[in-house]
Design a protein around this ligand. Structure first.
Ligand code: FPP
Length: 258
């Protein structure tokens, strides 16, 4: 992470921001370039946004780098994306460590080439001691995969007699998700203008505040992140309660878990 601008703010920042990094292809096409050029530029945005999030004191940043459905893209684009992701992470790992950023990966590893997985795991291990920003990369990830996996694990536990079907509740299911232990996102940002959530953190975003920006991912930056946080701070999160109840809860700084 090379420093270009320093981000410090005098207002509260959320604990967890999740991002759908969309618009790389359109960014490239509008410039008469191959789609891959958009992905290459998108890596620079990952660096800028990670740096800004770290400086702002955000604890968790989850980036949707490669979805389960992205495996269906043309073979060449899949290979380019996998190569870009793993080489960028390896290149950035020394700076991640310098900036106290801890990397983790969530997704269906069974579909990721073994060599790529070994290299990613090495970067995860190298940053395991870091205590600042948690950078979570969703790679070969989809929510439906994650929820199916969680259901399978619960079924195994039930068959083994370790839990009863009646004991299964939201908390027990949550413990089987790839994101267990990570607070639900406060903010979900999608770049590129499309109004959908594309199989990303469907369970976790039940009460997340959504922001869609027209900006293509390669053009997104820390200033836009700060603007979104400012807008977020003006929203009242009610978690299904009345405005008055939410206000009262806010004052006692506790809230229901779902
Ligand atoms: C969506 O744009 C973007 C992706 C499928 C890949 C995002 C990946 C990166 C930015 C690289 C990540 C690198 C690291 C180190 C995490 P799109 O291709 O769907 O764009 P379009 O909607 O304009 O076609």
């Amino acid at each position: 992470m090379t420093t270009s601008k320093t981000y410090t703010v005098n207002f509260p920042v959320p604990a967890h921001i999740a991002m759908i990094m969309d618009g790389n292809g359109r960014w490239a096409r509008e410039r008469g370039l191959e789609r891959a050029a958009g992905h290459v530029e998108g890596v620079n945005t990952v660096r800028r946004v990670t740096e800004a999030a770290s400086q702002l004191g955000i604890k968790y940043l989850t980036l949707y780098a490669f979805s389960t459905e992205n495996w269906n893209r043309p073979r060449e684009e899949v290979n380019i994306l996998m190569h870009l992701i793993v080489t960028a992470i390896e290149r950035e790992t020394p700076d991640l460590i310098k900036n106290n950023v801890r990397l983790s990966v969530i997704g269906d590893y069974s579909r990721v080439p073994a060599d790529t997985m070994t290299r990613l795991n090495q970067c995860v291990a190298d940053t395991a001691h870091c205590t600042g920003l948690n950078l979570i990369l969703a790679i070969s990830y989809s929510s439906r995969w994650e929820i199916v996996e969680a259901s399978r694990r619960l079924a195994v536990l039930a068959v083994e007699g370790k839990i009863t079907p009646e004991s299964i509740d939201a908390d027990i299911l949550e413990k089987q998700l790839a994101t267990t232990g990570i607070p639900d996102p406060d903010i979900l940002i999608r770049t590129g203008g499309d109004m959908r959530v594309s199989n990303f953190l469907l369970w976790q975003i039940a009460y997340t505040e959504l922001f869609v920006t027209q900006t293509y991912w390669p053009d997104f930056d820390g200033d836009q992140l700060v603007d979104i946080i400012k807008q977020f701070n003006t929203r009242q999160r009610r978690f299904g309660l009345t405005g008055e109840q939410a206000e009262a809860l806010n004052n006692t700084s506790s809230r229901p878990s779902s």
